[in-house]
Design a protein around this ligand. Structure first.
Ligand SMILES: Nc1ncnc2c1ncn2[C@@H]1O[C@H](COP(=O)(O)OP(=O)(O)OP(=O)(O)O)[C@@H](O)[C@H]1O
Ligand SMILES: [Mg+2]
Length: 317
């Protein structure tokens, strides 16, 4: 997140509410993303971790302009993505790629692997003669070979399908890839292969990756920097190795403590963390209702504290 050159991506105070109920004189909204700011450098992997419903995918969709924001800004290569002309928008699409959780549903079952990888090249008007060369390069870069190009998704294993999704995401040489739970549907051994493939792409192609996962184990092993999200808000942010060495926020500690006992980053035994359920305090700390160390002062919302390049949403940090 720190560096001399300007970041590839800068997210500023991004917020999003979903309309969940609408009656004649009444609307009810749900805050999915609340004042989220962060940066992603070139060739950096940013991990976005949090439990189900914490707003991870919503952040991903906002950054790729797949849904409307309520407020805030996303600056990609120095330009706000909300102020792009049609031509610039197309360039933005070319420079960003996406990989989803389940390659079973994200790949069109009626198309061959060749056609699947070719699709973005067609959309971006790449000449037919150049396409084949790029497709072959992408399939090898994704760790498969030409023999896969005539197959259909149903003729591939889960790991191979995810490699095809990665080949499609990199075929236009993007600068940024959003990987939303890319390994969650895979067996552990295959997960590790996909993680090392993404690390290789980062190093060799200087691609930046936003890696979304509910699993701190997975995110901790791949990311350079880390954001811990809870109810749409950043609880803790910093270099991954610093957070693993010394997590500040009680929620980060709880996430670590739910890792298997033999995990190197395991700190305390699971039963040392009390299960708390309190009433929410409107206007108080968002984590108050589950926090094992909450006190009177936590009935007020904490301001983000900046400590040695880390940011923490907690009165005790
Ligand atoms: N289109 C929508 N309309 C209303 N609420 C939505 C919509 N999309 C998401 N939400 C809600 O916003 C919250 C955040 O959703 P989001 O999909 O971003 O979470 P997530 O962290 O990606 O969860 P998961 O780990 O389950 O994928 C959830 O409570 C979800 O129910
Ligand atoms: Mg999600």
């Amino acid at each position: 997140m720190e560096g001399n050159s300007p970041p590839l991506l800068k997210v500023e105070h991004l917020s999003k509410k979903y309309l969940i109920k609408k009656k004649l004189f009444y609307k009810e909204f749900f805050t999915a993303v609340d004042d989220v700011s962060f940066e992603v450098d070139r060739s950096e992997i940013l991990g976005l971790v949090g439990e189900s419903g914490s707003g991870k995918s919503t952040i991903g969709k906002l950054i790729l302009k797949l849904i409307e924001k309520d407020s805030g800004n996303v600056i990609f290569k120095g330009r706000s993505i909300f102020e792009l002309s049609k031509r610039e928008e197309k360039k933005f699409r070319k420079e960003t790629g996406v990989i989803f959780q389940d390659p079973r549903t994200s790949l069109n079952p009626r198309l061959t692997v060749y056609k699947i990888i070719e699709e973005p090249l067609v959309v971006h008007n790449i000449e037919r003669e150049k396409r084949k060369e790029k497709i072959i390069k992408a399939i090898y870069d994704a760790g498969l070979d030409e023999s896969f190009l005539d197959r259909y998704p149903s003729e591939l294993s889960g790991g191979q399908r995810q490699r095809v999704a990665i080949a499609r995401a990199i075929v236009l040489d993007p600068d940024l890839i959003l990987a939303d739970e890319p390994t969650s549907a895979l067996d552990v051994s295959v997960q590790l292969q996909i993680i090392s493939l993404l690390e290789k792409l980062k190093k060799e192609k200087k691609i930046s990756i936003i890696f979304i996962s509910h699993d701190l184990n997975v995110v901790g092993s791949i990311s350079d920097s880390l954001i811990v999200l809870y109810r749409g808000k950043i609880m803790e942010k910093g270099r991954t190795k610093d957070i693993i060495k010394n997590p500040f926020h009680p929620y980060t500690k709880i996430l670590f403590d739910s890792l298997p006992p033999d995990h190197p980053s395991h700190r305390k035994k699971i039963n040392e963390i009390p299960e708390i359920e309190r009433e929410d305090i409107p206007g108080g700390c968002l984590f108050y209702h589950r926090c094992p160390i909450a006190e009177e002062k936590c009935k007020k919302e904490p301001v983000i504290k900046k400590i040695h390049g880390r940011e923490v949403y907690c009165h005790f940090a």
